[in-house]
Design a binder for this molecule. Structure first.
Ligand code: ADP
Ligand code: ADP
Length: 225
C-alpha cells in the first residue's frame, strides 16, 4: 500500500469576499522508493498540497492516509507525532538554525524525539558524510555554500528516518550545477532508504529523471509524461 495516499482532497481559502478553490478533489498515491515530481505554475496549489500531505495544514474535505492510517480525525498530538517520526520536509530556503553547526542542526530533530545526544551526533555525522559533507560538520550555515546548506537541510529532514519526504522547490535558489549536486543527494537518500518522495520543482531536467511526474490542473492531480 502507498506510504501517502491523498484522497479527494479539497481546500479553499477565503481572500476577503472571494473564495478561492485551490484543491478540488486532488488524488495522489506514492509508494515506498518512488520519487514523484510535482510540476505546476506558481499559484497552482503545490505548497498547499505538500502542507496537507505533511499534516501541517488541514484539508476541508477528503482524507490523507499515511501508511493506511486516516489522519484527519487524529488529535494534534498524534498528527505531530506522525509528522516528526514519519515525514521529512525540505524547503526552498534551508531554514537551518544559524547559531548551530551543521551536525547540531541534524542532531536537533533526533534529540527532540528523545534520542541520546551521542546517538544523534553519530547519526548526524554519518548522514552528513554520506552527503559529502564530512569536512563541514562543525561549520555554521553562514560558512557553507548554498548547495552545502541545502544538503544539511536534506540530512536534517531524514534524520529521524521518515517514510515520506516532501520537498518544496529544494533547488529553487541554486544554480544548475549546485542543483545537480543537491538533486543527487536527494536521490541517493530516497533510493537507499526507500522513501516515498514528492518534490515540487520548476527544473524540468531534474523532473525528467524522477519516477513519475504530476501536475496540478484546476485543483486536481494529473499524471504527465
Ligand atoms: P504554489 O505552491 O503552487 O505556488 P500555493 O499552494 O502556495 O501555490 O497557493 C495556491 C493559491 O492559494 C494561491 O493563489 C495562493 O495565493 C493561495 N493561498 C495559499 N495560502 C493561502 C492562505 N493561507 N490564505 C489565502 N490564500 C492562500
Ligand atoms: P557546492 O557546489 O557544493 O554548493 P560551491 O562550489 O558553491 O559548492 O562552494 C565551494 C566551497 O566554497 C564550498 O566547499 C564552501 O565551503 C566554500 N564557500 C562557499 N560559500 C561560502 C561562504 N559564504 N562562506 C564560506 N565558505 C563558502
Amino acid at each position: 500500500s502507498p506510504v501517502v495516499f491523498l484522497h479527494q482532497i479539497e481546500r479553499q481559502y477565503r481572500q476577503g469576499d472571494v473564495t478561492l478553490d485551490v484543491l478540488k478533489g486532488a488524488e495522489l498515491a506514492v509508494w515506498s522508493g518512488q520519487m514523484v515530481a510535482l510540476i505546476a505554475p506558481s499559484g497552482a496549489g503545490k505548497s498547499t498540497l505538500l502542507h496537507i500531505a505533511g499534516l501541517l495544514e488541514h484539508q476541508d474535505a477528503g482524507e490523507v492516509y499515511i501508511d493506511d492510517v486516516p489522519t484527519s480525525n487524529l488529535s494534534d498530538t498524534e498528527r505531530t507525532r506522525i509528522r516528526r517520526n514519519e515525514i521529512g520536509f525540505v524547503y526552498q530556503a534551508h531554514h537551518l538554525l544559524g547559531e548551530f553547526t551543521a551536525v547540531e542542526n541534524v542532531m536537533l530533530p533526533q534529540m527532540i524525539r528523545g534520542l541520546p545526544k551521542h546517538e544523534a551526533q553519530e547519526r548526524g555525522a554519518e548522514l552528513l558524510s554520506y552527503l559529502g559533507l564530512k569536512d563541514r560538520l562543525t561549520h555554521r550555515p553562514a560558512e557553507l555554500s548554498g548547495g552545502e546548506q541545502q544538503r544539511v537541510a536534506i540530512a536534517r529532514a531524514v534524520a529521524n528516518a521518515p517514510r515520506l519526504l516532501l520537498a518544496d522547490e529544494p533547488t529553487g535558489n541554486l544554480d544548475p550545477k549546485t542543483s545537480e549536486h543537491v538533486f543527487r543527494a536527494l536521490t541517493q537518500l530516497v533510493r537507499a532508504s526507500r522513501l516515498a518522495a514528492v518534490i515540487a520543482t520548476h527544473n524540468l531536467d531534474i523532473a525528467a529523471r524522477m519516477d513519475r511526474r504530476v501536475t496540478l490542473k484546476d485543483g486536481r492531480i494529473l499524471e504527465v509524461e
